[in-house]
Design a binder for this molecule. Structure first.
Ligand SMILES: Cc1ncc(COP(=O)(O)O)c(C=O)c1O
Length: 389
């Protein structure tokens, strides 16, 4: 028998690594040898943080804002986020319901920690953002990974929620736009999902981290449907602040005290400098920069989607947001991980294998991230074309 001191807790068996990190390490080693690699695997904007936010961060540092804030965050930032909901979505939210967190990751942990009892089930889309099922596991819950495909735009819908819901369902989690597919759940379908979730006596959790990056139309927040939905967002993606580690959660009023209590214990508070910097995120000059970037992401999608389809990747549903294309590669391989390694070795293009996003046909998919400049994307597509030939 292995000694207890020699092994980690049983739950660690269920926590999978990010397989793309192996690929990234290999890509870095190749770059160190002088190879030029086109990175289409990275899940963060290539743009650095907008200058007004950086300046606000520097000022905060100079002014000695280096102590903890309240666990729920700076009151003025909670107010600024409430105003953002008023301006962006015409929603009137009390700042008291907004809690600043270390990234959306922190918000996800707070929600799962607050809601999930051992054995409780949380319904998730597969493919989906892999950390979600791990957060459920961390709370000793059970992730119910529901296979989704083109028929439902790679998202959960109310039929699936009804089908997979049970007396054990504690929550239903939707990310819109989604990682890895970039597809959006429309507000009418979200309303139906909410209704079925409520019928199950469960909570709806909606991750809106890619909301700022929806193309061609304005996205509606799930908060417009009800005050009892948990909504997660972040300064990471649209606001270009991944490394600052700052996100937020909008919680139903009767859960705020518990969320606050858990935040006090797990994080004490979100990073202070990041919070002061983020106060500049809603300033008009920052918004101008962010909107220019959004248009650039849209132009990249508009280039990459037809280009990949043209060389034989299957992308049946047009992604409306985020910066990902989840592409079927079964014309070329039935082992997307080996395919991704081969693509890196032979063509110098890094992509993420489907394996990182769940168990539903991962070997037949890869994810392309258009988080790299247009000329590099063009080069990448040409390299893939040559490789496939
Ligand atoms: C859908 C989704 N949610 C949450 C996160 C976590 O983001 P962060 O903790 O940087 O805010 C990510 C990051 O890739 C994501 O794709």
């Amino acid at each position: 028998m292995r000694r207890k001191t020699r092994r980690a807790a049983a739950r660690m068996e269920d926590i999978a690594p990010f397989y793309v990190m192996d690929l990234l390490a290999r890509a870095k080693a190749m770059e160190a040898e002088g190879r030029r690699i086109i990175h289409m695997e990275v899940g963060e904007p290539d743009f650095t943080t907008p200058q007004p936010i950086v300046e606000a961060g520097k000022r905060a540092l100079d002014r000695g804002f280096t102590h903890y804030t309240a666990a729920a965050g700076l009151p003025e930032l909670r107010l600024a986020i409430a105003r953002f909901y008023a301006e962006q979505y015409a929603l009137n939210l009390s700042p008291d319901r907004i809690v600043l967190t270390p990234g959306a990751s922190g918000a996800l942990q707070l929600v799962m920690g607050t809601l999930v009892d051992p054995g409780d089930e949380v319904i998730l889309a597969d493919p989906g953002y892999p950390c979600n099922r791990h957060f459920v596991r961390l709370a000793e819950g059970r992730a119910v990974n529901v296979a989704v495909g083109p028929g439902t735009d790679y998202q959960l819908d109310h039929h699936l929620v009804r089908q997979f819901g049970s007396a054990h369902t504690r929550a239903v989690m939707v990310a819109s736009p989604s990682n890895p597919t970039g597809t959006v759940v429309g507000i009418d379908e979200m309303r139906s999902i909410h209704r079925v979730t409520t019928d199950l006596d469960a909570h709806l959790i909606v991750d809106e981290i890619y909301h700022g990056l929806v193309y061609g139309r304005d996205a509606e927040s799930a908060l417009s449907l009800s005050d009892d939905i948990f909504v997660i967002n972040s300064f990471s993606k649209y606001f270009g602040m991944t490394g600052w580690r700052l996100g937020w959660l909008v919680a139903p009023e009767d859960f705020v005290r518990d969320i606050d209590k858990l935040a006090q214990n797990i994080f004490l508070a979100a990073p202070t400098l990041a919070q002061h910097a983020a106060l500049a995120a809603f300033e008009p000059e920052t918004v101008d920069i962010l909107e220019t970037r959004r248009r650039e992401f849209q132009a990249r999608r508009d280039f990459l989607l037809p280009a990949l389809r043209d060389i034989g990747f299957d992308i049946p549903v047009e992604p409306e947001g985020a910066f990902y294309l989840y592409a079927g590669c079964n014309h070329f391989t039935d082992d997307s991980f080996a395919f991704a390694l081969d693509l890196l070795d032979k063509a110098g293009v890094a992509v993420t294998p489907g394996k990182d996003f769940g168990n539903h046909a991962p070997e037949r998919h890869v994810r392309f991230a258009y988080t790299t400049a247009m000329d590099k994307l063009e080069d990448g597509v040409e390299r893939i074309r040559q490789f496939l030939r």
